[in-house]
Design a protein. Sequence first.
Length: 158
Amino acid sequence: MRVSTRGQYGLRAMLELALHYAEGPMTLRRVAARQAISESYLEQLLGTLRRAGLVVSVRGVQGGYRLARPPEEIRVGEIIRAVEGPIAPTECVVEGGEPECWRAPHCVSRLLWEKLRDSMLAVLDSTTLADLCAEAEVMTAGARAGVFPHGGRTTSEG
């Protein structure tokens, strides 16, 4: 399965809201600017996420968007499903769906696709926005210290 820009941008927008959760609602313009996403595209994504019950919109001068639940209660799998649909590497193993292929009962490759789907679901459904916020904090602290996330350094080591 390849996550489209909808999934990537949807997750980035949700992560931005999670990183600033304690500050209250964020304007569409601020999220768009901080994540380099066009405002019109972000508006569509946030509408989808709102209908899925993952964000709420707040009207007024101090209005904007905020997470509908705390970051530790929102799983990445929920976000991806909301903007992408069911998570599966092939149509024959879509979550909760019945295989349409006549080969399904005897298809060895389908077993592989099921394992792949289950692995993807395990990662996406066990990772919360709070987990990603913690990773972002580690990355930011490492960047300030001159350490890249992959373990390298910004200065040469001799």
